[in-house]
Design a protein around this ligand. Structure first.
Ligand SMILES: [Zn+2]
Length: 445
């Protein structure tokens, strides 16, 4: 569908007060069974300046089973082009967050995104993984340069939306305030699929679907520069269709295109039921722990773009603990974004290449396991004797905490004040039964 027709359909949809349907499955040439794009959502970035429940209290006003696809870090051939082809085959519209430096390197790639009818936001000039701590002047420069480079790639044709995603999701109030002052909406996400990590495409598919099913709707964060994403996307789109999900295309309001009418509570991911009388909407959404799908304990670390991202509402936070354990204390889920600098992390992009945003993964080393278990012992030595269940719960908490502090490829950050003390045979057995310690490695110092 060309842009003029798309705009006409949008206007028609707005005028009639119903959702526009720019590319429904029935309207997908050559693919009557396509997923399609069920509607276009027109947002006013000035009214909702920060979205995405991974970090903010608001997200897009989606209905149940509605999904917004986003792709970061491009364009980079051939993967970005392949992503566009896959989306086109399904008549799916998405939002792309362009890196300025990539736009300079592959300006035709940006135009391809625009010409395919997708929304285009920006993602800084150099993808620095330090916008949460760099001087605001530098952050502004990164934002402005990225926009300028993307605009230059687009030429006179326009097509840039006032949407921005902070590299590594390393948010800072000052950065968000600057973006808001420019009428730019800061996009976090509702769930990632970890496609920047060294995982298989099957894992990307699994995480995308599991996390979507856990929340029921939302903004999915993907990367169009990754081969594994190219491999996973057809299956993701196929199963979205099979499971009754619908794609929503998000565009920004303009003087000619008014915003989609919404109610404030629609911007909350899981608002209180309308059957419950309340005088106000909760500031902190309560969906996090209630809606998280059960996954094996303990929590896996959440990495993002070479930096450690400790997500409070970690989608992998265990819901069901081992029998006999006590639940971990629940913390207010938002905002709680903690970042730790990797020892060898680069602050800017190297020469563009498909591996630039990939992270080397290493499983927890035996020394880490030992340190964790020893730390557990140091803890449990102060705990009431004989309460093994409580000790195991603490062990889970400590291990999850230590995992979140672990930088890929580095050693565990030392925990001051914790001594290594040998475990008793009984404690080793308990830990082993709880799945926290390999049975064959019971001689932890
Ligand atoms: Zn990125």
């Amino acid at each position: 569908m060309n842009r003029a027709r798309q705009a006409a359909v949008l206007l028609l949809g707005m005028a009639s007060g119903i959702a526009a349907m720019p590319a429904s499955a029935a309207d997908c040439p050559g693919n009557p069974g396509a997923l399609g794009t069920s509607r276009t959502l027109v947002v006013d970035p000035r009214e909702h300046t920060r979205i995405g429940t991974m970090q903010y209290g608001e997200t897009l006003p989606l209905q149940d089973h509605e999904v917004v696809l986003t792709f970061d870090d491009g364009p980079l051939p051939p993967h970005s082009t392949q992503i566009l082809d896959i989306l086109a085959a399904q008549c799916v519209k998405a939002t792309f967050f362009i890196i300025g430096r990539m736009a300079r390197g592959f300006p035709e790639g940006v135009r391809k995104v625009r010409d395919a009818g997708h929304s285009i936001g920006t993602h800084s000039q150099n993808h620095p993984l330090s916008m949460n701590r760099m001087p605001i002047e530098r952050a502004r420069q990164e934002i402005d340069d990225g926009i300028a480079a993307t605009k230059a790639a687009l030429g006179d044709g326009g097509g840039l939306s006032p949407f921005f995603r902070i590299p590594g999701l390393l948010r800072a109030e000052a950065v968000e305030d600057y973006l808001a002052s420019q009428g730019i909406q800061t996009w976090s996400a509702d769930f990632p699929a970890d496609d920047w990590r060294h995982v298989s495409s099957a894992r990307v598919y699994d995480l995308a679907m599991k996390r979507l099913e856990a929340k029921g709707k939302g903004i999915l964060l993907l990367h169009d520069i990754q081969a594994r994403t190219v491999q996973a996307l057809p299956r993701i789109l196929h199963d979205l269709k099979a499971r009754g999900y619908r794609i929503v295309h998000v565009v920004s309001a303009t003087p000619e295109l008014s915003k989609t009418p919404t109610e404030p509570q629609q911007w909350q991911l899981h608002p209180i039921s309308e059957n419950v009388a309340t005088s106000h909407w909760p500031k902190i959404p309560s969906f996090v722990f209630a809606s998280t799908e059960t996954l094996p304990a303990p929590a896996a670390p959440d990495w993002y773009d070479g930096r450690l991202l400790s997500l409070p509402q970690s989608l992998e936070r265990p819901r069901r603990l081992a029998r006999g354990t006590v639940p971990l204390p629940q913390q207010a889920p938002w905002p709680r974004l903690m970042a730790f600098q990797a020892a060898n992390a680069v602050s800017t992009l190297p020469v563009p290449g498909e591996d630039i945003f990939e992270i080397q993964e290493k499983s927890a080393a035996p020394t880490q396991q030992a340190a964790i278990l020893s730390a557990h012992h140091a803890e449990s030595a102060r705990a009431p004797v004989g309460n093994e269940a409580d000790a195991i719960a603490k062990l889970i908490a400590i291990q999850a905490s230590a995992s979140r502090r672990m930088i890929p490829g580095s050693h565990r950050i030392a925990e001051p004040g914790l001594k290594r003390v040998p475990l008793t045979a009984r404690q080793r057995l308990s830990a082993s039964r709880a799945g926290l310690m390999p049975r064959e490695r019971s001689s932890v110092r």
